[in-house]
Ligand binder design. Structure first.
Ligand SMILES: Cc1cc2nc3c(=O)[nH]c(=O)nc-3n(C[C@H](O)[C@H](O)[C@H](O)COP(=O)(O)OP(=O)(O)OC[C@H]3O[C@@H](n4cnc5c(N)ncnc54)[C@H](O)[C@@H]3O)c2cc1C
Length: 430
């Protein structure tokens, strides 16, 4: 990996990106390839830990356009061909193989160890001409006359500097730099879920092409565990459930997590010969949204915009997808000299189509009266659309599917329609 440098080569850039996670790295790569001068500020020194390990196959096209497939193919990341659900009584579904809807190499994806994957993406950005500064935290976005004109950045070994750019992109993940600065950030009241997770060495793996599957273990009462195989015989295991339930007996994250793993018989079986490694991490409130996601001279992408729920492993896809769509708008904006909110925000409408489908499915999943099995029985014509959702192919017209869904589970209030006063989401201890 390249050595992190600490001082920007120039003070005038086309695009300044806050955060070198997958969203920021992808956006900067696309824009550097289009000939724009991009600088990325990442507060951490890579490699650094991050949660969010299961990719969906629809990221394949984005990796292909980024030129990242060779690195992924050469990696030790387990290959994911399918997703499987295990009911509260321990009965496992057949795997949903991605080959049901996708032909060829794109019918598989990877379970990624984020410390390595994120390095891979940031190194790829560097190789494509992006100037990357690690250990450089953006303190604030600079505004002049209501328009973003740059950032103030504090390198680990130097004094804060101002760097000017025509467009500022917030890709800072749950840190939500612009959302906090402009007081745009709100918890989503209708999705109140908490999470706790840890890692185990030696958990059971299935043979053959099922070895890399994501297993979702459903719990009575609407919670669920993920079980994601990673390199070096490690599995990532995490619970998502109501905070009142998770912390009913103690406020301690580790105690709550270990209690729940011991209660889930299907998990106990899978972890019978495994040992836990590393700390238990978590968050007391997962879902949030910003009231506004672009403005004059600035945009938010990925988790810096919003985060709903990890159930469909859509986070990385939405980070990469929003990065690609926003990069197209920024490219046009820079070429036309129009970096207005109207021009920069043109990626919102197509992106929101996908976000809305995922959101509807999340609410359906947590509706105790709804069952996907009953849905497919009543609407067999939508089975393929359901698999499209599992593979992440959601940024398209899926109105027939969502209309049928509405016949079996009430649609949630329109996104952002019932936001409480702005407040910060609980930090993810990650
Ligand atoms: C419990 C849980 C489980 C999840 N599971 C999955 C999953 O299985 N599959 C999936 O696809 N997604 C999953 N996600 C979501 C996934 O983690 C995120 O959607 C994804 O990491 C978003 O990428 P990003 O680039 O937007 O942000 P991030 O990956 O968070 O990157 C943001 C970067 O910005 C940097 N940064 C922050 N503040 C500053 C600052 N002030 N200055 C400079 N740099 C800064 C951070 O250090 C970080 O490197 C999960 C999320 C949670 C909470």
């Amino acid at each position: 990996m390249n050595n992190p440098s600490t001082s920007p080569a120039n003070s005038n850039y086309d695009v300044a990106v806050i955060g070198g996670g997958p969203g920021g790295a992808a956006l900067a790569t696309f824009l550097a390839r289009a000939g724009h001068r991009c600088i990325v500020f990442e507060q951490a020194k890579y490699p650094r830990y991050h949660i969010g390990e299961s990719l969906v196959p629809h990221t394949y096209g984005i990796f292909e356009r980024l030129g990242m497939l060779p690195q992924l193919r050469a990696s030790a990341f387990p290959v994911k061909h399918s997703v499987r659900f295990v009911a509260p009584d321990g009965k496992a579904s057949l795997p949903f193989y991605f080959t049901e809807t996708i032909k060829g190499d794109g019918a598989r994806t990877w379970q990624v160890e984020r410390s390595q994957f994120d390095c891979m993406m940031l190194d790829h950005a560097r190789a494509n001409g992006v100037e990357v500064h690690e250990q450089s935290a953006v303190q604030e976005v600079l505004f002049e006359g209501g328009r973003a004109v740059g950032v103030r950045v504090a390198p680990a070994n130097g004094s804060p500097t101002e760097v000017r750019a025509k467009v500022v992109v917030d890709a800072s993940g749950r840190a939500c730099v612009i959302g906090r600065q402009l007081n745009l950030l709100c918890k989503l009241p209708e999705l109140r879920k908490a999470t706790a997770w840890g890692y185990f060495r030696g958990g059971k793996r299935l043979p053959g092409i099922d070895a890399g599957e994501t297993t979702m273990l459903l719990l009575p009462g609407g919670g669920w565990f993920w079980y994601i195989p990673l390199p070096d015989d490690i599995v990532s295991v995490g619970i998502v459930t109501d905070p009142e339930y998770l912390f009913s007996q103690s406020d301690d994250l580790e105690a709550a997590f270990m209690r729940e793993t011991a209660l889930c018989a299907a998990l106990v079986d899978r972890l019978a010969t495994a040992e836990r490694v590393g700390p238990v991490r978590g968050s007391r409130h997962l879902a949030y949204l910003n009231r506004q996601t672009c403005g004059e001279g600035w945009v938010m992408i990925g988790d810096a915009r919003a985060f709903l729920d990890p159930i469909y492993s859509s986070g990385l896809y939405l980070a990469l997808g929003s990065a690609e769509l926003a990069a197209q708008c920024i490219d046009e904006a820079l070429k036309s000299g129009d970096v207005s909110a109207a021009q920069l925000g043109r990626f919102e409408a197509p992106l929101m189509k996908g976000v809305e489908v995922v959101r509807r499915l999340i609410h359906a999943f947590y509706d105790p009266k709804f069952s996907f099995m009953d849905f497919v029985r009543r609407f067999p014509e939508h089975r393929i659309a359901l698999i499209d959702c599992l593979v992440g192919d959601v940024i398209k017209d899926m109105s027939a599917f969502t209309e049928s869904l509405a016949q079996m589970t009430p649609p949630p209030p329109p996104l952002g329609s019932n936001l409480p006063p702005p407040s910060a989401p609980a930090p993810v201890n990650a």
